[in-house]
Design a protein around this ligand. Structure first.
Ligand code: NAD
Length: 445
């Protein structure tokens, strides 16, 4: 049988594309070598957030005093926390499987590879069988980047994020190399569960791509709480669980912890694509606005494109790719200027659009304490919401926030940026009271 579409990879890009294409009547085969759901569901977003939720419960219980609640001798069982994480993952993976079943999409479990391609057909192999399809959508995702630092490779003290999520025991102490999103989320997890944490970041700041005023609030809080954060510091080598680092001033440091988590970024996963020798790649597979590669019947979506490595970007890219194959009208594109992002630290950071560092804008900002609900629920916290407005036409161009639960209402800010709302237009939106989301409206007044 010749399929209309073969999808390589069953993460957020792959399963979203499979569902949409099958629903539209295409014959689809999807190959996945591990579990459906990809990195996000199995070893990324979902398991991390589940562990972080348990850590937050424990942290809140041990800090309940400030709300007039006494909780004595609070303990946790890490093995149980990990078991629950597995349960959550299983449930969500089963949900994806069910959805694809309902749409009669053929799912093949196994490691697939492209054998050959012409403009008429792509031939794939998996588990010794051959499959032919008119179109190929590559959704192979990304893999943890292993930096060429002496002593990292084959070192049992070294973990990547997948090892950290799989561990059933907490480390006694942890050094985290890389103060990006993964690094700061794991720093939060371990710190809230009482593990001494040191973060080593090569750049002058942690979370270097985010609004730096917002980041400095997190850094101050974490430093006061006892997380050791070393910025402008490069890891030079590892010897077992000892880390040799050097500051920008040339000072040499020796640090030690039970485990060293390496979180210095991820790279496009090109495995299985070797036969596509003409495929244009840069930091990932090069695609146009419609996720079309330079090959007539080959599309790509998700982390493998090396664009923005976020699950919600992957699924939107997949929708656009399938829309293009179906010649859907009106033609859809991705609004890369309005992609929200969240860092699940405590407090959370959420942002969308341009940063102050990127453009000369009018900045309107207020502390989160302008919201009554925030004050009621965040004793001792201040938070910040910052709205960037175009100086000429008053369009909302970016929003940057720190304070719980800003991840839950950043979508309203994305909507404003996506639709190009001006301040007077945004002011016509009514926010429910009392919610923390009201700060968005307060900030733009
Ligand atoms: P990242 O790019 O966010 O951060 C890596 C950090 O490591 C950077 O700050 C970099 O300066 C630093 N670094 C690089 N080499 C170093 C070295 N030798 N020594 C010290 N520091 C070094 O990458 P990540 O945190 O690994 O995350 C990978 C991807 O997964 C990202 O694209 C991220 O957006 C995504 N992700 C998103 C979420 C979320 O949306 N909440 C959560 C986890 C991961």
């Amino acid at each position: 049988m010749k399929y209309q579409l073969a999808i390589l990879g069953g993460g957020p890009a792959g399963y979203t594309a499979a569902e949409k294409a099958s629903k539209a009547g295409m014959d689809v085969v999807l190959f996945e070598q591990n579990a459906l759901g990809g990195t996000c569901l199995n070893v990324g977003c979902i398991p991390t957030k589940t562990l972080l939720y348990s850590a937050k419960q424990y942290y809140n219980a041990t800090h309940a005093d400030k709300y007039g609640v006494k909780a004595e001798n609070v303990t946790f069982d890490y093995a149980k926390i990990v078991q629950r994480k597995q349960k959550v993952v299983r449930k969500l993976v089963a949900g994806i499987k069910q959805k694809l079943n309902n749409e009669h999409c053929t799912v093949v479990t196994g490691s697939a590879a492209v054998v050959s391609r012409t403009d008429e057909a792509v031939v794939m192999t998996c588990n010794g069988e051959q499959y032919e399809a008119e179109n190929l959508l590559i959704c192979t995702g990304s893999v943890n980047f292993v930096p060429p630092i002496p002593g990292v490779k084959d070192n049992p003290a070294v973990w990547d994020s997948t090892d950290a999520l799989a561990a059933t025991q907490l480390p006694q102490s942890m050094i985290i190399v890389g103060g990006g999103v993964i690094g700061m989320e794991f720093a939060t997890l371990y710190h809230e569960l009482g593990v001494p944490v040191t973060v080593i970041e090569a750049m002058p700041t942690i979370l270097p791509n985010l609004d730096q005023e917002v980041v400095s609030i997190l850094r101050d809080k974490y430093t006061k709480a006892g997380i050791k954060i070393l910025t402008a510091t490069k890891v030079m080598s590892l010897d077992g669980n000892k880390v040799c680092a050097e500051t920008a001033e040339g000072e040499k440091l020796e640090l030690e912890a039970e485990h060293v988590l390496i979180s210095v970024g991820r790279r496009a996963n090109m495995a299985g694509l070797e036969a596509l020798s003409d495929l244009e790649c840069n930091r990932g597979i090069v695609v146009d606005d419609f996720m079309h590669t330079n090959l007539a019947n080959v599309y790509a979506a998700g982390d493998v494109t090396g664009k923005i490595m976020l699950a919600h970007v992957a699924s939107r890219q997949a929708e656009v790719a399938v829309g293009r194959m179906l010649k859907e009208m009106p033609v859809q594109r991705i609004a890369y200027n309005a992609i929200p992002s969240v860092v699940y630290t405590n407090p959370e950071i959420a942002s969308v659009g341009i940063t102050e560092q990127e453009a000369d804008c009018e900045v309107r900002k207020i502390p989160m304490t302008f919201s009554g609900r925030f004050v009621a629920e965040n004793e001792g916290e201040t938070g910040l919401v910052k709205v960037l407005v175009d100086k000429k036409n008053q369009t909302v161009l970016g929003v940057h926030m720190i304070g719980n639960p800003c991840s839950e209402f950043v979508a309203a800010a994305s909507f404003a940026v996506r639709m190009g709302y001006t301040v007077p237009e945004f002011m016509q939106v009514v926010f429910p009271h009392p919610t923390v989301s009201e700060v968005l409206r307060e900030a733009v007044i």
